[in-house]
Write a protein that binds this ligand. Structure first.
Ligand SMILES: C[S@@+](CC[C@H](N)C(=O)[O-])C[C@H]1O[C@@H](n2cnc3c(N)ncnc32)[C@H](O)[C@@H]1O
Length: 407
């Protein structure tokens, strides 16, 4: 591995320790329940990167176990996690501090009960359950629900790729988590997204991966409902940053990211709602985007389609191919649009995107353009009024039922 690659890998692995707060989990899960109140009924849910003592995913599903009609809830923690029982604990249980163990384990719940007999099942009971079972383990006794994971010759304990966790995947109906970002591609392959139901958090770039985009294009997987900005708890040793970083009143460090997506194959209402759009003529007159009012819709220089710089400026009466920013995927309704492809490296030629050519390059560099462009590259570009512009990353779409004049 070259130095650069290992530095990048180390940096990516750092980003693995972003812990999901309760609110975005609740908001997102509610969207699937609104669409199908029985979405989790009778199902086994696996949370494969979730220390039950730390993870809000575990806390959330344990709390709603009966209400959602779960058959089983399984969560596994990872041996390599720097936070295993060190911080971010959901429960401030000082008495347990001396009894910490640093090994990976799994919890398998088939029922939950009102342990403290106060007449309701709530987070106090989840806490009591975890602490009771952990106490048993720490004192050499067997627990019916909590056990250590062992790992195998290839992977450490709790690694989603280990045989133990893979066997749990095989018995799960739905896999849900915020997985380690540095292993996102591998994690998505491991899930078997064509066979298993899943809901995961990922970085928006992930939708452009060659393993993921074809599944989105073919409506096998899609984006969830609440994409964009999300805040995460991060471990103590994360260095401060100028932006998108703060420490709360409990001394907990936080980071926020603006490019987070939920990725899933669970159905939800948003993907059946059509985007409300204007015609091309109306957009050019009334769009809230100055660029659209001033430039209109430019035809690509090297591809038969038009450039649409904002998803809410998609003209509803255009029947050809349109290039839209990837934020469109968060608004995509497969009954309204068809996805043709994306201008990613391996796809460009198949899609009919032509090389940008000598002429475009010359005009671009003569006008002071920077960056690496050579005539045989197949980036999407435009040339208008002798001004050359390169366009970054577009999803190519076509309306299924474009509005016809007079409709
Ligand atoms: C982004 S964090 C999210 C944790 C938790 N799912 C949540 O949402 O709060 C990813 C977690 O995966 C763990 N992890 C890293 N590599 C892993 C692996 N190979 N297998 C399983 N978990 C792993 C990290 O230690 C970390 O706890």
């Amino acid at each position: 591995m070259t130095k650069n690659i290992s530095l990048r890998k180390a940096k990516e692995a750092k980003n693995d320790e972003f812990y999901t707060p309760w609110d975005p989990i609740e908001k997102e899960i509610n969207s699937y329940l609104e669409f199908n109140p029985d979405v989790f009924r009778g199902k086994t849910i696996l949370l494969p990167a979730d220390d039950p003592f730390e993870s809000n995913f575990f806390k959330f599903f344990a709390l709603h176990f009966k209400e959602y009609g779960l058959k089983k809830l399984i969560a596994t923690s990872y041996d390599g996690s720097p936070i295993v029982n060190t911080q971010l604990s959901l429960f401030d249980d000082e008495s347990e501090q001396t009894n910490r163990f640093y090994r990976a384990y799994k919890i398998e719940l088939e029922d939950v009960e009102d342990i403290n007999h106060d007449g309701v099942f709530n987070l106090d009971d989840v806490e009591a359950l975890l602490n009771n079972e952990k106490y048993k383990l720490n004192h050499g006794n067997r627990s019916k629900v909590l056990s250590y994971l062992k790992g195998d010759g290839s992977y450490p304990a709790g690694d989603f790729r280990s045989q133990e966790v893979t066997r749990l995947r095989d018995q799960a109906d739905i896999i849900i988590t915020n997985p380690p970002f540095s292993l996102f591609r591998e994690f998505m392959n491991w899930i078997k997204p064509t066979e298993k139901k899943f809901l995961v958090i990922g970085n928006n770039n992930a939708v452009t991966y060659k393993e993921i985009f074809p599944l989105i294009k073919n409506n096998i997987i899609w984006l969830g409902v609440h994409n964009g900005d999300m805040s995460f708890r991060v471990p103590d040793d994360y260095p401060p940053r100028k932006t998108r970083y703060w420490v709360d009143e409990h001394n907990q460090k936080w980071r926020s990211l603006g490019n987070i997506d939920w990725i899933t194959n669970l159905d939800h209402g948003r993907r059946h709602q059509p985007l409300s759009l204007m015609s091309m003529e109306q957009n050019i007159r009334f769009s809230r985007h100055k660029q659209v009012r001033e430039d209109g819709y430019v035809h690509y220089y090297n591809f038969d389609g038009i450039e649409v710089p904002y998803y809410d400026a998609i003209p509803n009466d255009y029947d050809g191919v349109m290039g839209v920013p990837i934020t469109f995927l968060g608004k995509y309704n497969p009954e309204q649009f068809e996805i043709i492809g994306m201008d990613i490296k391996d796809e460009a030629e198949k899609l009919g995107i032509k090389p940008i050519g000598e002429k475009w390059c010359k005009i671009y560099f003569d006008q002071g353009g920077t960056g690496h462009f050579s005539p045989n590259m197949r980036n999407l570009v435009v040339l208008k009024n002798n001004k050359a512009r390169s366009i970054y990353r577009r999803v190519l779409i076509r309306a299924k039922h474009p509005v016809k004049k007079g409709d």
